[in-house]
Design a protein around this ligand. Structure first.
Ligand SMILES: [Ca+2]
Ligand SMILES: [Ca+2]
Ligand SMILES: [Ca+2]
Length: 263
């Protein structure tokens, strides 16, 4: 005789209970969430790294261009078709964009021919308008002017701070927050949040508007010679994802002296 416990009971259709379905959905949600979140973070980090590499290439190109022309190129403007925009004694704009056409750099450009970062936003470029010999010619962009002024007298003045707190339009709060106060040129990517940025540190890097190109758009650019650079911060109100790099005066002079272009 069969054990009653093993006797086949009446056939019963069995589906998923609501509770089981909820558990399955919860587990799937957790799994997908776990996959998707790191993926977007990874894409962001890849764009950040790609843009940082792009800025390094531009910096190297600036050094090479300086060797060939005895000067740094002027920034491009939205109306200069991607080329440097010089005047007889300086630049059309001290704070503008990477002159990709002048430097012969490849990369995506927008309708104003401005070289773009990995987020599709133009890369900013600023030059010092220092004029140590007072002849009216910007020392770092007028060809031969660095040589006229001489290395000991040159006084590039672009400033990079670790925080905007306490900075003035011409200096960081103090030496403790000063990264460099003698940069001849600064390169800037506004990062992922370029269209919507609120923190004081990011606002320090832009503040004026520059337009005049075929697109009719105006772009935020630096409003003074002080910039902020530090590592990425996500906290709301203090968010920071700008990538800032600069031409070191020592590296620039060293290159030019080694090539016999500066006495
Ligand atoms: Ca000068
Ligand atoms: Ca930013
Ligand atoms: Ca500033």
């Amino acid at each position: 005789m069969l054990n009653p416990a093993l006797r086949p009971g009446p056939a019963r259709e069995r589906g998923f209970s609501l509770l089981e379905l909820a558990i399955v959905l919860l587990v799937m949600g957790l799994l997908l969430g776990g996959l998707v979140m790191p993926l977007t973070a990874r894409v962001d980090q890849q764009r950040f790294d790609a843009t940082a590499r792009q800025l390094e290439e531009i910096r190297a190109a600036l050094g090479g261009w300086a060797l060939a022309h005895d000067a740094l190129p002027c920034p491009a403007t939205p109306g200069s078709s991607g080329a440097a925009a010089p005047t007889a004694s300086g630049c059309v704009a001290q704070h503008g964009f990477v002159p990709a056409v002048t430097l012969g750099l490849a990369g995506a450009r927008n309708e104003d021919q401005l070289l773009l970062d990995a987020w599709g936003n133009p890369l900013r470029y600023s030059v010092s308008r220092a004029d140590a010999d007072g002849d009216g010619n910007w020392d770092f962009v007028v060809p031969g002017e660095m040589r006229n002024v001489t290395v000991v007298a040159l006084a590039p003045d672009l400033v990079v701070c670790t925080t905007a707190a306490g900075s003035s339009p011409g200096a960081c709060a103090g030496s403790a927050t000063t990264v460099v106060a003698t940069a001849p040129a600064v390169l800037l990517s506004m990062g992922k949040d370029w269209a919507n940025f609120a923190s004081a540190d990011q606002q320090e890097n832009v503040g004026a508007m520059l337009g005049g190109g075929p697109s009719g758009r105006s772009y935020p650019v630096a409003s003074d010679i002080v910039f902020v650079a530090h590592s990425q911060v996500q906290a709301t109100g203090a968010e920071f994802d700008d990538i800032v790099t600069w031409v070191s005066p020592g590296a620039l002079y060293g290159q030019l002296v080694a090539a016999g272009r500066l006495p």
